[in-house]
Ligand binder design. Structure first.
Ligand SMILES: [Cu+2]
Length: 82
């Protein structure tokens, strides 16, 4: 799977949780990244390309990797692999 992330305003970065929600098995992650450094990278003026394989079915949360008060609770979502 490939996600291309682009921000039209300030620098943001998308960070996916590698483990599905409610997963107790931490021995195998749900998402396997080609380049883990891309996950959560925040760089102004540069997009992210997140290349990964969903190894297990489940729902993984993602949020903005940039920490700044007002955005914390809002810039988030979920990615579901069936
Ligand atoms: Cu953000």
């Amino acid at each position: 799977m490939r996600l291309k992330v682009h921000s039209n305003e300030e620098a943001h970065g998308l960070k996916l949780n590698l483990y599905p929600e409610g997963s107790k098995d931490k021995s195998s992650q749900g998402l396997l990244f080609a380049n883990l450094q891309e996950n959560g990278k925040v760089q102004k003026g540069e997009g992210q390309v997140l290349d990964f394989v969903a190894q297990r079915a489940g729902t993984c949360e993602f949020k903005c990797a940039k920490v700044w008060g007002i955005h914390d609770g809002r810039m988030r979502g979920k990615l579901r692999a069936n």
